[in-house]
Design a protein around this ligand. Structure first.
Ligand code: ADP
Ligand code: MG
Length: 567
């Protein structure tokens, strides 16, 4: 008996849908791209239940002709390319002709569209990939696509979706990206009836960026603008003091296509390598233009990843353009267009891992971070002999001579103090007036959870409006001037924090507080060094920093004696 069957189109569609339609945000992406390709300058998006129940995208683009409607929903049917040769010069966002078909296969879709030369519009509906008849409707010029009950027929897929706030935050980030990439288009996004994003046409990506994120200050940004033969780049780059634990604020586009590309991101990080620590990311918006045949957009089903023909050149160009924005008077040299390294070798050299921490550039003022605690610790049996090269404390220890790393040492002390504070519900200090911290759009639905985490960690905090958390008091051992950066960062990264398991929330602020620690390269007097050493030993804490780096290395007495043949 034969076992092999030819799969029906519906099944094939579902398989491919697995690539293109991963979550509600992927549907929103495809529909927005179609609207952009149709020349719309106004795109309205509405979602209900984070897109599970409804995703509706309406545009004022050129519309779809009546006879094309069934084809629009058919797989591999597109108006954007005709034959293979067109693949080398794709100027539209879509071109595979499979998005609508893939969406139809896993939801209930209705497309209504009216072209400018038609007195009324036409609609077509499809359910689980089966198309109905075309019928006339009264419609505005343009296209309106509604997608209901996403994944209703593929329950396994719907199980993989995250909670509504998480799925909604993906949609918001995505719409934000298109807002920035296409400043001339007005966008609106509504979720369950309330407006989340509303922006009118802007002159530039920069203007749009600040319309969208009024919480940022224009003076904290540099303009990036550069060109090299047929390559050009434009955008803004944030000062390195504004950095985050995720890529959330890195927006990039290539020839008007919003992308999340490894090579571009690593070039950006490279230009910040000396000023932003590993694992932290700047705020950057860059739009890159180059000839269509220099970039292949046909390498990934969701088209987010792309491939440059001359990777080295593009990498260097981006990196140096950003660098130049911060060092306008320093000359930068660009590579010639020849000799391409293999992609593998290239990524080996340029991976994010190669971003090194450069301690001297992250100095904090030690004066400002002392006193570490008001209580004087009991003297320890370790006596400070010297501070070596602004980073290491040399000690006369009971077991021999020890060398302590001043930064990891101070990190451990701060960590222990914070932990002790949380466990013992220590003393708090009141602000004279409640301080308010703006909550980014994608986290507003979780404002109470964020306030709760702060309360668990020794702050007195609550939502004071739908987009701000008010803080009345803070742990007394922190300096008042440390609070703003600590909380601004905590809130802006709330999305990442909320994703982590609950038990880990505890350590979030604790770890952050480590950053106030004295750095390698900071001048430390013998007295202060002794204070730190005594403090450390009074805590009975492990002799590693909270991230696991060692604090002390001891050369044992017997080893010293035997080296000198005294034993
Ligand atoms: P692709 O965008 O890759 O061509 P899609 O499945 O997304 O494939 O869309 C199929 C076709 O439907 C498009 O090529 C286009 O002709 C038409 N279409 C889809 N959405 C719109 C829209 N909003 N406005 C005008 N035409 C559209
Ligand atoms: Mg498309």
């Amino acid at each position: 008996m034969a076992e092999i069957n030819v799969l029906s189109d519906i099944v094939i569609n579902k398989i491919s849908a697995g690539e293109v339609v991963e979550r509600p945000a992927s549907v929103v992406k495809e529909l927005i791209e179609n609207s952009i390709d149709a020349g719309a300058d106004k795109i309205s998006i509405e979602v209900e239940e984070a897109g599970r129940k409804l995703i509706l995208v309406e545009d004022n683009g050129k519309g779809i002709a009546k006879e094309d409607l069934p084809l629009a929903l058919t797989r591999y049917a597109t108006s954007k390319i005709k034959d293979e040769s067109d693949l080398n010069s794709i100027a539209t966002l879509g071109f595979r002709g499979e998005a609508l078909a893939a969406i139809c296969a896993v939801s209930k879709v209705k497309v209504e569209s009216r072209r400018s030369n038609s007195p009324f519009g036409f609609a077509i509906e499809a359910e689980g990939g089966k198309e109905g008849e075309i019928y006339p409707v009264g419609a505005k010029e343009g296209t309106r696509v509604s997608v209901r009950e996403l994944f209703y027929n593929t329950p396994a897929r719907s199980k993989f979706l995250k909670s509504d706030p998480v799925e909604l935050s993906h949609i918001i980030s995505l719409v934000e990206s298109y807002c920035i990439t296409k400043p001339q288009i007005s966008f609106s996004l509504k979720s369950n009836g309330s407006t989340v994003i509303e922006v009118s046409p802007a002159q530039s990506g920069r203007e749009r960026f600040f319309d969208l994120f009024p919480e940022f200050n224009q003076t904290d940004f540099r303009e990036v603008k550069n060109s090299l033969s047929s390559l050009s780049i434009e955008g803004i780059a944030g000062e390195s003091s504004k950095n985050f634990s995720s890529f959330r604020y890195i927006f990039t586009s290539v020839n008007g296509r919003f992308v999340k590309d490894k090579l571009i991101n690593s070039a950006i990080l490279k230009s910040y390598e000396e000023t932003i620590p590993k694992g932290r990311y700047p705020i950057v918006f860059l739009s890159l233009s180059l000839p269509c045949d220099e970039v292949d957009v046909n390498v990934h089903p969701t088209k987010k990843e792309i491939k440059f023909r001359q990777q080295n050149l593009v990498y260097d160009f981006i990196q140096k353009s950003v660098f130049k924005a911060f060092h306008p008077s320093q000359p930068v040299f660009f590579p010639s267009m020849d000799k391409e390294k293999s992609a593998e070798q290239f990524f080996k050299e340029k991976t994010f891992g190669s971003v090194k921490e450069s301690p001297s550039l992250f100095k904090t003022d030690f004066e400002a971070t002392t006193p570490i605690s008001s209580k004087v610790p009991p003297p320890s049996s370790h006596k400070v002999l010297a501070v070596w090269r602004k980073g290491f404390i040399i000690l006369d220890s009971p077991g021999g001579i020890s060398i302590a790393d001043q930064h990891t040492l101070h990190e451990r002390i701060r960590f222990e103090e914070f932990r002790h504070f949380i466990e013992s519900k220590g003393e708090k200090k009141q602000f004279l007036e409640t301080r308010c911290y703006a909550v980014p759009r994608n986290l507003r639905s979780r404002i109470d959870e964020l306030s709760q985490i702060l309360n668990e960690q020794g702050f007195e905090a609550e939502a004071v409006s739908e987009n701000a958390i008010g803080v009345r008091s803070y742990p007394a051992f922190l300096e008042e001037r440390e609070i703003d950066p600590l909380l601004e960062e905590f809130i802006s990264e709330g999305g990442e924090i909320l994703k982590t398991p609950k038990e880990l929330h505890k350590s979030v602020l604790v770890m952050r507080s480590c950053r106030g620690a004295v750095m390698l390269g900071d001048e430390l007097s013998i007295e202060k060094a002794q204070y730190l050493i005594d403090k450390l030993f009074s805590l009975n804490a492990p002799l590693t920093c909270p991230h696991g780096r060692p604090i002390i290395y001891t050369i044992r007495e017997d080893e010293i004696l035997s080296r000198f043949h005294r034993r």
